[in-house]
Design a protein around this ligand. Structure first.
Ligand code: NAI
Length: 300
């Protein structure tokens, strides 16, 4: 799709809603590209944690000699933390990265479209939910598209730009060009369950968990095998621990439901147990591995 659109100028303010793993990473990317970024979360502690995480990432880059200390300071100064949604009113692009739940996201977008001007672009970082359904509750469904970053957002190049049935191609084009201007590698996709990557990745996670259920080997062995023999940068268990089991399980359920219970996408009972136990992976200290003393070792 070739269109005469341009990336958003750096004078456009960006709002990121949800200051968790993805929201803070996306805010980092937009601020590095020169935008002033509002980092909003309904939980004030999450805002502080998200901003701290950006500072830590920037200091890491300074330590590696990849970023000047003064530039790191300037980037962090462009990230304005907030737990008052009214603060986002003058943003030209609002990127949502809250919990993976359709009704909660719809409610938020109804609020955001009231708040932001008619020219504002609304984007969702959803991993799997229907963009068409998310937009259907809005007065201006053509202003919403998916802008799906991968974890960790500052390091992963790919961004899926996802159009629902109502998405204005110019909106998708602007997001595509903006992602490019931010140093990313965007691709256009239509709104199908899980889009491209999360659809194709579902059987990968599912099969790995079936192999584990059959006690073929421990997670650390399976991860090492898949890394070394198949060339994946991370094995499936360490990757699920990084993504977060609450997020990964919600995504699998969403794809499974969208395909009317197609057995290929059956959610794993092992993962359900982890979610019920609050063992969400790295972010909670335990998942398939134990991170509590800082050292990565197999969970008991
Ligand atoms: P997270 O659990 O790290 O952060 C979510 C944040 O959203 C929390 O700080 C929470 O307080 C906040 N939040 C929840 N409901 C809210 C609301 N109604 N208003 C304002 N803030 C709210 O989650 P994570 O991993 O950052 O995921 C966020 C979104 O990004 C999800 O849709 C997920 O599917 C998607 N995603 C996740 C990836 C991953 O690897 N974790 C990769 C790509 C997309």
């Amino acid at each position: 799709m070739e269109m005469d659109v341009a990336a958003l100028s750096t004078s456009t303010r960006i709002a990121v809603i949800g200051a968790g793993a993805m929201g803070s990473g996306i805010a980092h990317v937009a601020a590095r590209a020169g935008h002033t970024v509002y980092l909003y979360d309904m939980n004030a502690e999450a805002v502080a944690r998200g901003r701290d995480a950006i500072g830590k990432d920037l200091r890491f880059l300074v330590g590696k000699g990849k970023l000047a200390a003064a530039e790191a300071e300037a980037v962090l100064a462009r990230v304005i933390g907030s737990s008052r949604i009214e603060d986002l009113a003058d943003a030209g692009l609002l990127i949502e990265a809250i919990v993976e739940n359709l009704e909660v996201k719809q409610k938020l977008f109804r609020q955001l479209e009231e708040l932001a001007g008619p020219q504002a672009i609304l984007a969702t970082n959803t991993s799997s939910l229907s963009i068409t359904a998310m937009a259907a509750v809005l007065a201006r469904p053509e202003r919403l598209a998916g802008m799906h970053f991968f974890n960790p957002a500052p390091r992963m190049a790919l961004v899926e730009i996802v159009s629902g049935l109502a998405t204005d191609p110019e909106v998708a084009g602007t997001l595509y060009d903006t992602a490019k201007a931010w140093g990313k590698t965007p691709v256009h996709a239509s709104s199908t369950p899980g889009f491209i990557v999360n659809r194709v990745a579902r059987p990968y996670y599912a099969e790995a968990q079936r192999v584990l259920a059959e006690r073929a080997a421990a997670p650390a062995t399976l991860d090492a095998v898949l890394r070394e023999a198949c060339g994946f940068p991370m094995g499936p268990f360490e990757l699920m621990d990084l993504i977060g089991h609450d997020v990964n399980y919600a995504v699998t359920n969403s794809v499974f439901d969208a395909y009317h219970g197609d057995r290929r996408y059956t959610p794993s009972l092992i993962q359900r147990e982890l979610v019920l136990a609050g063992r969400l992976g790295r972010k909670s200290g335990q998942g398939f591995y134990d991170y509590r003393d800082g050292a990565e070792k197999p969970a008991p």
